[in-house]
Design a binder for this molecule. Structure first.
Ligand code: HEM
Length: 510
């Protein structure tokens, strides 16, 4: 029996086949959406199968605004926002932060959330089930801040001399780019030492790597799940970047492994750097392979360079528009250094500087949606909200940062807010409300066991650079403007303006 002519047409036309598949896909998405347990959670923006894409577009270009809208409507309650290929569930408030902190890794996973956000398979390589570099940061990196402080300070002086030689006249420079070069040099002096930290090719590679990863991930995330591997394969620069990094780091790693085999770990001449610390914390054979060590050095630079750059740039913008704080901070920095030299102890004495930087981060941190986790199993929160496995969650950190209930006069920049809070805390005085402290109402470094382990290094470096600026330069925005350069936002990320220029001159005022 022959098929009717119409049916033959349908089968033979590729357009029609795609059309039919599209209808099935749409119907399946519709049924899935109707049955989703996430329907119990209120939506900010549109929730229709098609209209949700309008919100997804808004989320892509202005996530912080949607988060703020949701936070105002549903304070301390979960709500959800449509992203291109998923729902993001937004939590807020101390109780939710505590819920995330308490949940075990096999229920809520940061690693899987990162893998999805930055599409690690395509941008960095397969997900590592034993990410020991976090332990390296908690141990080798953090323990060596005091001991290697002289090197940090030396590189800061050298880098500022290169990019901002003190001049009697105002010199105008692009803020973000200049800060990034100084940060990259300084971090790599600490991680890997001279001469590599000053090698232009190596530094460009480290600076560029993060841009590559983030940009590729952003593009891949615009495609539906089944197309992501294909797009990822096409976009990936991992093999090229790994090869370049291998050329710089490979010989150093070979030499280090040989040296440890020959003279042992206690060799007094063994270089004290991130390669040695990574080998110290290796738990599996593959952690000692050259490729693995190279990728981890890249990963640490990825985690460190732009976060540190963004933070210092925001501090710099606030310094330029709030010159009324300069004198007191300058005096504090001068006194601390006079008493304790350029040291980690001197940094702990700079309470006003610390407070100013923390205030800058409260109002303009690296993200408005932090503590991202992917639910690997169904999870019920302490308020009874059901989060099904596969859901992507995070906390509306920037909205919390401007909540009057948490920070009086929350929208106003009060540089010494946290220094004042530290007065009168008795024995907690020295540790509470510092920039590195983890608090449930200010989560710029996250909270709980996954809170940023690099924050001690980051804060010490940023503070040393900031104190260096205060003691050596006058700063203003281009043409003395007092208008804060607007941030750029991508989904929940907040990026300081990368085009704005800052003017420096040799310090004239007291
Ligand atoms: C001002 C600079 C920095 C900021 C604002 C920042 C922020 C963060 C945040 C928000 C998280 C996620 C926390 C969570 O979800 O609970 C994180 C994780 C992490 N950060 Fe940082 N970071 C900074 C600098 C650094 C530096 C300098 C390093 C390395 C030396 C570093 C290494 C890491 C690592 C390895 C993780 C993952 C921790 C884990 O998986 O348990 N970060 N950071």
């Amino acid at each position: 029996m022959s098929l009717p002519a119409l049916d033959m047409d349908i089968i033979s036309s590729p357009f029609r086949i795609v059309g039919i598949l599209g209808v099935f896909y749409g119907a399946w998405k519709y049924i899935e959406a109707k049955r989703s347990p996430l329907n119990a959670i209120p939506t900010v923006g549109n929730s229709g199968v098609l209209t949700s894409y309008i919100t997804a577009l808004k989320w892509l270009i202005n996530g912080p605004e949607l988060l703020q809208e949701g936070y105002a409507k549903y304070p301390n309650q979960p709500f959800k926002i449509a992203a291109i290929s998923k729902w993001v569930v937004v939590l807020s408030g101390k109780q939710h932060v505590d819920d995330i902190r308490r949940a075990p890794d096999e229920v809520l996973s940061l690693a899987e959330a990162i893998a999805e956000t930055i599409q690690t398979k395509s941008t960095l390589g397969p997900l590592d089930v034993h990410p020991h570099h976090e332990i390296t940061v908690r141990s080798g990196v953090t323990r060596n801040i005091a001991g290697k402080f002289d090197e940090i300070r030396d590189e800061i002086v050298e880098a500022f001399d290169e990019y901002l030689p003190a001049s009697e006249d105002w010199v105008t420079v692009p803020a973000y780019e200049t800060v990034m070069h100084i940060v990259c040099r300084t971090l790599n002096r600490f991680f890997i030492g001279v001469p590599l930290c000053r090698n232009p090719g190596y530094r460009a590679l480290q600076e560029q790597f993060t841009f590559d990863v983030v940009l590729s991930a952003q593009i891949i995330n615009c495609f539906p799940g089944f197309l992501k591997p294909l797009v990822g394969n096409y976009l990936t620069k991992v093999p090229k970047r790994t090869k370049q990094a291998m050329e710089y780091l490979g010989p150093i790693i070979d030499e280090r492994i040989e040296r440890i085999e020959q003279y042992g770990r206690d060799d007094p001449d063994l270089p004290n750097d991130v390669i040695t610390w990574l080998l110290d914390t290796a738990t599996h054979d593959y952690h000692r392979s050259k490729r693995d060590i190279v990728m981890r050095v890249m990963l640490l630079n990825f985690a460190a360079i732009h976060t540190t750059t963004m933070t210092l740039t925001q501090c710099l913008y606030d310094l330029a528009i709030h010159p009324e704080y300069v004198e007191e901070m300058r005096e504090e920095a001068i006194n601390a250094v006079a008493e304790h030299g350029w040291s980690k102890i001197a940094m702990t004495k700079m309470r006003k500087v610390d407070s100013f930087m923390k205030e800058a981060l409260r109002l303009n941190s690296v993200g408005s949606y932090i503590m991202n986790r992917k639910a690997l199993k169904d999870w019920t929160m302490s308020d009874g909200t059901f989060i099904p496995a596969g859901t992507f969650i995070g906390v509306a950190s920037a909205a919390m940062g401007v909540d009057e209930a948490l920070f009086p006069d929350a929208r106003t920049f009060r540089g010494f807010r946290f220094a004042e809070m530290r007065q009168g805390d008795g024995e907690l005085d020295s540790i509470k409300h510092q920039m590195v402290a983890l608090e449930t109402d200010q989560i710029v470094f996250g909270h709980g066991r996954h809170a940023c382990p690099g924050r001690f290094l980051a804060v010490n470096e940023i503070k040393t650079m900031f104190a260096h600026i205060l003691m050596n330069y006058d700063v203003q925005l281009e043409n003395g403007s007092k208008i804060r350069p607007p941030n750029v936002t991508v989904e929940g990320s907040i990026i300081p303006n990368q085009k704005a220029k800052v003017m420096f001159r040799k310090r004239k005022s007291t």
